[in-house]
Design a protein around this ligand. Structure first.
Ligand SMILES: [Zn+2]
Length: 234
């Protein structure tokens, strides 16, 4: 069987999403990519999480063609594939309908950075895509969802802001691997929830200053990061 380690990582990432309460019913999927093989591993469609095993996952190429697997892949496969092609530095993707992030997506509002929890993970507001046109929806809908995300990142760095809100739909998050993508999906939900409370308490709440935002993001990421222990990635 191909990519056993990656299959196991992607299985765990999918289970992480469930454990963290980010999956409503079966609305959630995680994937991971092997760059040397140009192959990705994704959750199968409609399999109960408590019965899913690594061998149930589906291996495809980066255009979504199934290479190994007997089950149908997640219907969001074309979105994942489009992101792997467009963002060569990412190694994993997680999609959920977690409630607070989805509420911001449904409102088509970017999530402002109101505090350092957000700044630790995302170097800027969480962007929201433009609504898709009827032609995009009636055409290759899932692939076009990827196109809408890529458009939202035309002038943004997907490594510095590893998440997006798809308008009227929900969040996608990504990271260096599937585990990191699932963690970013979890953090995204936390900051979406906190941002909602922040503006409920104070309608006039303002995003944090650039200096504080930069300080928190850059102490954890990038060349001069000093958060955590040397040699460990946090
Ligand atoms: Zn969805």
């Amino acid at each position: 069987m191909l990519l056993l380690n990656l299959r196991e990582q992607v299985l765990q990432a999918n289970l992480d999403l469930v454990r963290r309460g980010l999956v409503l019913s079966t609305f959630g999927n995680a994937s991971g990519v092997s760059r040397p093989d140009n192959l990705m591993v994704i959750k199968p469609s409609g399999v109960a999480y408590d019965q899913m095993t690594a061998k149930d996952l589906v291996v495809t190429d980066l255009h979504g063609k199934v290479v190994e697997g007997t089950l149908r892949p997640s219907s969001d496969l074309p979105t994942h594939a489009a992101l792997y092609r467009a963002f060569p530095s990412i190694g994993g993707i997680a999609h959920t309908h977690s409630e607070y992030a989805t509420a911001w997506a449904q409102a088509s509002q970017p999530i402002p950075c109101f505090g350092t929890t957000h700044a630790d993970y995302f170097h800027g507001p969480i962007p929201v895509t433009e609504s898709m046109t009827d032609a995009e929806i009636n055409g290759e809908y899932e692939a076009n969802t990827g196109v809408a995300i890529i458009r939202a990142f035309e002038h943004r760095d997907p490594v510095s802001i590893p998440a997006v809100l798809v308008a009227n739909h929900g969040p996608f998050a990504w990271g260096s691997d599937a585990a990191k993508a699932a963690e970013n999906a979890w953090m995204l939900e936390a900051v979406a929830r906190m941002a909602y409370f922040t503006i409920s308490i104070n309608h006039n709440a303002r995003p944090i200053d650039k200096a504080l935002h930069d300080r928190h993001f850059l102490r954890k990421h990038g060349h001069n990061a000093y958060y955590g222990q040397p040699g460990t990635k946090t």
